[in-house]
Design a protein around this ligand. Structure first.
Ligand code: PLP
Ligand code: COI
Length: 338
């Protein structure tokens, strides 16, 4: 690992030694298999490549001060992948098999788990897709599940630093009764044009509004939204956003810190009342927001005048990281030691 600069990792693909695979055929999942290849042969008519019958997950493993490796809430990712399967008529990966594959992938690539001091982590990417052929729009008969891993640093530039975000009504990510609540590739394809425009304008990402009324904050392309005011943690309730495991954890930690928690619709104008806001997710962790520009209304909601993260975001961030790295007791049973 002499060629990995742990302290300056970005969020990008890095080849590691092994990945874990499992195929579903004739109505059954096979055994977990270990591969050292980054490739697999695929049928030219696989449903994944024609009709987007696929889902993926993202979770992380952390090396503690004690040099032990901890995986965060992997059973939650397993269940969310089952929901994505239900939403796309794919075979469901049993929770135990999912978690066994994740543990195995981490163990076999343990030397890629960044050292504690670097503040980096091992990103784990399970993916499940229709590998069997169809040409009619129908679910496949065969599926492939793969888990691979890579060391990563911060998703948004600078890590725990405030950055600007933007609202642009020109783009929708997903419809209220559509696929937004599932972690399926199509949602990310749908966010590429908007993401490119946001980046070109100097923003970290775009916040989508609800597609029906264009009144309420949904989320950004890869993270949920939260706002803080009057000792309350407020986060959108919506049919078209991904139920974030990070957000769910932060709600527990906010309550533990004596805050009120509200999961409800958040009208755009309410942005003017928040003391702090942030984007949260596995990759994003907490990405505190400097300001949100409303592109169409030519308005700017500023949350950090000096560019520093707010005190509540910082406290939540430290608390979450302390549990993930094993600096604080895992009283909710969120962590699995590898
Ligand atoms: N929203 C979207 C669209 C995402 O892709 C992610 C990342 O997984 C999140 C939210 C955050 O979810 P989690 O905290 O489970 O990683
Ligand atoms: C994650 O936070 O795990 C994500 O999936 C975000 C992005 C890399 C798609």
């Amino acid at each position: 690992m002499e060629n990995i600069d742990w302290n300056n990792l970005g969020f990008g693909y890095i080849k590691t030694d092994f990945n874990i695979r499992c195929t579903y055929k004739n109505g059954n999942w096979g055994d977990l298999e270990v591969s050292d290849s980054e490739y697999f042969p695929m049928h030219i008519s696989a449903t994944a490549i024609h009709y987007g019958q696929e889902s993926f997950e993202g979770l992380k493993a952390f090396r503690g001060k004690d040099s032990k490796v901890r995986i965060f809430r992997m059973d939650e990712n397993a269940r969310r992948m089952q929901d994505s399967s239900a939403g796309t008529l794919m075979a469901q990966m049993p929770v135990d098999k999912f978690t066994d594959a994740v543990k195995k992938a981490v163990k076999l690539n343990e030397k890629f788990v960044p050292p504690y001091e670097s503040g980096a982590s091992l990103y784990i990417r399970p993916v499940l897709f229709g590998s069997g052929p169809q040409i009619g729009v129908k679910p496949a008969d065969e599926y492939m599940f793969i888990v691979f891993v890579m060391p990563v640093g911060p998703y948004f530039k600078g890590g725990f630093q405030t950055t600007p975000f933007v609202i642009m009504r020109e783009f929708d990510r997903s419809a209220p009764r559509g696929m937004g609540k599932y972690k399926v590739g199509g949602n990310y394809a749908a966010s590429l044009v908007a993401g490119k425009k946001a980046h070109e304008l100097g923003y970290s990402n775009i916040f989508y509004l609800d597609a029906k009324e264009k009144k309420y904050i949904d989320e950004c392309g890869a993270a949920n939204f939260f706002g803080i005011k009057n000792n309350t943690y407020i986060t959108p309730k919506s049919l078209s956003i991904l139920p974030s495991i990070t957000n769910k954890s932060l709600m527990v930690l906010a309550e533990e810190m004596g805050m009120k928690v509200e999961q409800r619709q958040v009208p755009v104008e309410e942005l003017s009342t928040f003391e702090e806001t942030g984007a949260c997710g596995t990759a994003a962790v907490i990405s505190p927001i400097q300001r949100i520009d409303d592109y169409d209304e030519n308005k700017s909601y500023v949350f950090s005048k000096d560019g520093k993260p707010g005190p509540v975001s910082e406290k939540l961030y430290n608390k979450l990281r302390a549990i993930q790295y094993g600096d604080e007791p895992d009283k909710y049973g969120w962590v699995t030691l590898v």
